[in-house]
Every structure is written in C-alpha cells, then in structure tokens.
Write a protein that binds this ligand. Sequence first.
Ligand code: GLN
Ligand code: ZN
Length: 769
Amino acid sequence: MSAITSVIGFPRIGANRELKRAIEGYWKGSLDLDGMRAVARDLRASHWRLQKEAGIDLIPSNDFSYYDQVLDTSMLLGAVPRRYRDLGLGAEDTLFAMGRGYQGERGDVTALPMKKWFTTNYHYLVPEIDGDTEIRLSGSKPFDEYREARDMGIETKPVLIGPYTFLKLARGPQGADLTLEGGLIRDTGEAYRQILARFASLGTDWVQLDEPYLVMDKEEGDLELFRTLYRTILPGAGEGEGRVHVLLQTYFGHVADCLRTLDELGFDAIGLDFVEGCDENLAALKAHGVPDGTTIFAGLVNGRNIWRNNYAVSLGILDAIRQVTPDVALSTGCSLLHVPFSVKGEEGLDPRTVRPHFAFAVEKLGELHELSILAETDEEGKKASEQLAANQKLFDGTRVQADQAVADRLASLSESDYVRQPDRPTRQSIQAKELGLPILPTTTIGSFPQTREIRAQRARLRKGEISQEEYDSFIASQIDRVIEHQEAIGLDVLVHGEFERNDMVEYFGQNLNGFLFTSNAWVQSYGTRCVKPPIVWGDVSRARPITVRWSSYAQSRTDHVVKGMLTGPVTILNWSWPREDVSHRIQTEQLALAIRDEVLDLEAAGIKVIQIDEAALREKLPLRRSDWHTRYLDWAIPAFRLVHSAVRPGTQIHTHMCYSEFNDIIKDIDAMDADVISFEASRSDLTVLDAIQAAHFETEAGPGVYDIHSPRIPSVDEMVDRIHEILGKMEAGKVWVNPDCGLKTRGEKETWPSLEHMVQAAKRVRREL
Ligand code: GLN
Ligand code: ZN
C-alpha cells in the first residue's frame, strides 16, 4: 500500500536542453517545423515514461511548452492581440512572435511584456486583453497532449493555469490595469467549463487547475471573482461515473485567507504547499477542517531547491495533516520546472560525500515515491526501513565545517558599517565634478554579446586545448575591440564587456570559498534561455580578487570612465541554490563581506564607477506584504549597503535590477543608497516612473530605453520618444540613458546598431534641453 503521488509539472527543456537546441535551430532555419515538433514529442514521451517508471500516479500533461505555459494559456483562450494575428503566421510562429517579437516580411511587432513568475527566476509572458479580445476556447493543445500520452498507454492528469490566476495576471494594452468586467469573467469561466467538459468526454480522470495567485494578498472582490468563475466552471466536470476530478492546485505560499472559500466550492482535491507556507497552511487546515470528499494534496517535495528531502520532517508534516483528515495524497510543492533534470552525470560532485545530498527533478520523483511508501508504513516498519535510515544519515552530524573567521567578522560589524558617508546629495555633486559626464549620460548594463567564438574559447580552455595565457590574450583582445567600438559610437561610461564570465553568478562563485558547481544543471529562465545556478555548500568568503584584473586592464585602454562590474550579495544568493541549514540572511551577509572586499580593491585600482548588480533583488520579495520587511527587506537592503559603505565620496556606485516591479518598495530601493540605478522599464508599464516621481526618488536612474530580450533593432525616434516619456516624470539631471539589461544574449548584429541609435537619441534630446 502506498499513498497516491502527484507531480505538479516536470521540466520540459530535456536532460541535455534538447528543446532549447531544437527551437533555436528552428529560429535559425537549421531545423524545420516538423523537426522541431518531433523533438518536442520525443521529450514529452520520455518524460512521461520516466514518471511512470518512477511509480508516480498522477503524471502531468500539458506542462510542456515551446515557450511559456502562460503564453500557451493566452493562445488557448484566444487572447492573441490583433497585431500578432495580423502577421498571419501558424500557431508556433504566432507563439514565438508574442514571446520574442517579430521583425520581417510580414511586419514589425514587439514582444508581449515579460514578468517573473511569482518568486522564481522563471519568466512568463503577460496576457494582454483589449476591447477586441474574445475569450473562447481556441485551441486543442491540452487535449492533443493528453491523447498523445494515452496513445502510449499512459493516463495523465492535464494541467492548466486556472482562470483566476490567468485573469489576475492579464493586463490591458501597454500594460494598463485591466477591469475585469462581467462579460470577460463569464467568457473565461465558460471557456474553462468547456475544457472540463471536453476532458470529461475523453474520459479523463483528473484535471489540475493551477491557481498560484491564491497565495497572494487579496484585493476587494478577489474571492467573489474566484467563486463566480468556479461556479461556472465546475459543472463542466460532469456528474456520476464519467466525472472529471478537479484538483485545485496552489503553490509558492499559503492560502490561509481563502481556504474556507475553496472548501465551499466542492473541489475533489486541493493542493497545498507545505514547503513554502507550511505553518500557515497547517494552521488553516486545523482551524477549518476539510470537507468530506475533498482530498488534500500535500506538497512536501521541494520544487524550488535541490537538497534532498528530509523524510522525517516531511512525515512529521504529513502526520499533522492526517490529524485533520485521513484523505491525503503526496505531491511536489510546486512544478519541478524550477529544478534541473538529474544529478546523474554530475561528475564534479563527489559521489560519496556530496552527490547524495542532492535531488534534482528525476531524483525527486524517487523521493515522492519513497515517501508515499513510508507514509503507509507502521512505526515498526519505519524503524526497519533502510530508506528512512539512509535519509536520516544525510541530516545527522556535520555536513561541512563552519568557518570561524567568517563568523567572527560578522560578529564584529557595527551600525556604521552599514552607512555610507557623506549623504547622497553631497556625493552626487562631488561625483559630477570628478566624472565630468554630460547630461543624460549613456552607458550599458555591462555585458556585450557572448559570441560562439567566446564560448568556444572558454570550452577550449576547460578542455586544456589552449593555455591560460592564450585564453587571457583572447579576452584582452575582446576587451580592446569593445572599448574601441564604444568609443566610436560615443557612449559615455564604458564597460569591459564581461567576456571572462560564463555567468554573472557562477563566475563570482568560482572565486568564493563555499560554493559548488554543476556541469549540466540547467533550469529554464525564459523561452529557450536557461541558467545554471551554483550551490552554496558552506560558509562563504572571498578566495582571491575577482574582477580587478580585467577592469583595470579595460580602464588602461581608454580615457573614458570604465565601470567596474560586480554581482551583489542578494542576487548571488537568489540565483544560487541556497543552503537549507543556515538562514538566507546569514548567507547574504557572508556574501556581502566578500563583495565588499572586491569593491575596495577595485577602488584602490583606480576604478571610479562600480556597478553592483542586484538583478534579482525584487524576485525574492515575499508574496505577502506583511512578510516584505520582516522576512526580507530588513536584512537584504542593509546587506547591499554593507557592500559599498566604505568607498570614497567620489566613487560612483551603480546598481542594476532586472524588471521594474518595484513601485511599492521604491523607498527601500532608495535606501540601498546607491548613486545610480538602471532597471528594465521598456517591456513593462511605465508606472514605476510615477512611483519615482511620487517618492521624490533620490537615486539617479536609467529606466531602460530599449528591450534587449528581443532581437529587434529599435529606431532613434522610438528611443527619443522613450526618453521624452521618462523626462516627463523625472528631473533631467537624474536621468541616465541605457538599454534595459545586459547584452550577452544578443547578437553583434543587432547590438551595435541599437546602441548607436540609443546614443543618437540621447544626443538629440540633449540638444533640446
Ligand atoms: N551586468 C550584467 C550583464 O550585463 C547584468 C545582467 C542582468 O541584469 N541579468 O549581463
Ligand atoms: Zn538585468
């Protein structure tokens, strides 16, 4: 006997990123549409089989996507804005046009805005609904994929983004707020009712509707919206024998404030996350109880981190849930989309001492299965269980020695170590004199395209085919090239291009004590783009200077100011796999001290402008407002200040953030006390500028003037308009002109013309001032 197991979603990119290669091959024209589809089909089949063989009962389908599951949902519901429909492309190409823009024979359209998926580093495409949109069931992807699995003899549980989450994430044109009027709600409910009815007619047993938006704070009318939608939808599941069971799946937090509403609606099952939001979910279950006939799907296996599950802890939570209801199934906490494929082949991780501590997606299937057996084993059996004993061993004793020097250094810090002197306005005028920049200074975010040649050289170095000297002189030549190019097009603050870095986090990790690296642990970030986070294994400190050499080399090649480039502590932690045995706060503070050493070395080497990227700071802001400060900002913001507080007044500290959703924490961003911030504002709405205006934001700012996530080349006029828009809300003396993020994922051929246009745009507006 074992408890039922359910997987919320499985990574689709493939064990070796086969999907990425196929799609990019298709974009480049080296693979045709059928070729790409065949790769996708094979991946789906092998992932279903894997889950089947691992003994998973409810295996997801429709968790596959060529680009993004939210974008798929928009397509399924017919929310395709006219400008994309007018291109007259086939289904996949329309999807890609919405995901990455289209510039070609059929037209020139920008991509939909892209945002981070809750607190993950996965990005979804924001659904756009305008007066023209008619929401109705407009595609067959979920049914096709369900049938595809069934034809292989595998019964799956189709997974869809639920209507509530879809509507809450949707925006009007240009990112405007959307009024959810009755017609829209009715049509959306009706479309989902039909989806359930269609599955009922196919004889599907379970359908999973993902409603992660339920873990967010509620606004007025939210619960009523939820009720209205589901009262329309649920009858579609049918009655009696052929009825589809509906699993309402939540994740990334707790639903304590709406569990009662969920109970009322009569779902067959409610999926709760006991990894994030465990205490609150448990307390809510105890307080409300569970209606008869509702199964609780307990999310116990972490879909957000790669450490082995602690079985004793999970079984303890399960016991607590069972005191409320005996009707419990076991599940992942969220989709496994957010973890890499498998630890198999990670030869760099010691198979005896290190690898056993980790479980990626495939291994998590095994954990779920083992837990489901242990869940039904009596106490005597558990004592005898080898699995439980082996698991317990991982958590007993010392996994890694603590670093006393790091602990001492942290303990010796005082208030003043977190405060930079003098105040910002005083610094700003000193810096204006020392740096002598024009009004609306132009710069970039740091990286230049990582061409195939650069990646190939790095691979050669790794394989020992070229010497370190050869590699270094290659990097130097790349720096020379971009310095010259930047001078030629007239940029004001130059960068060295970050060619020596494989990745903005891994590169730093490689020069810090306490980190481990994987060779193939890729996770999807957006579209075909994947990231490979390093692992925090022990206490962190700087092993050696990291960026000084190449930054000073670049500065020696030009009379312009060259900006030094660092990754900040919060981002390093957020884009790594953090430890689970030490708090995030302490890990961040350790990182802050390490990067502080680097800042001071850069300054001593004559670097006058230093950018400390906090690309991922916003990403981990807790979903519930009441947790923002207590569980995050109260230590994350001071940690950033600790990094730069000891520099001279004339040294200009920049920071950069991806995405601009920080309207609500604008004061906290100001409290980081940087001199300049650049951020993304080109692919999302401009409301952040209103917030900047309203808050009397002190930090100088460069809201990106063009979108680097798309291969489009923006025109000068387009960027002039953009700058005007910015100047409508900000004082000219505080505005910087820059792209919205680093250029490493772009090609040379769009990068340089785009930057040239950007500099021309800045010059044109300067003349008007
Ligand atoms: N400096 C980094 C770069 O330019 C910043 C990247 C990022 O924000 N994601 O690539
Ligand atoms: Zn960025």
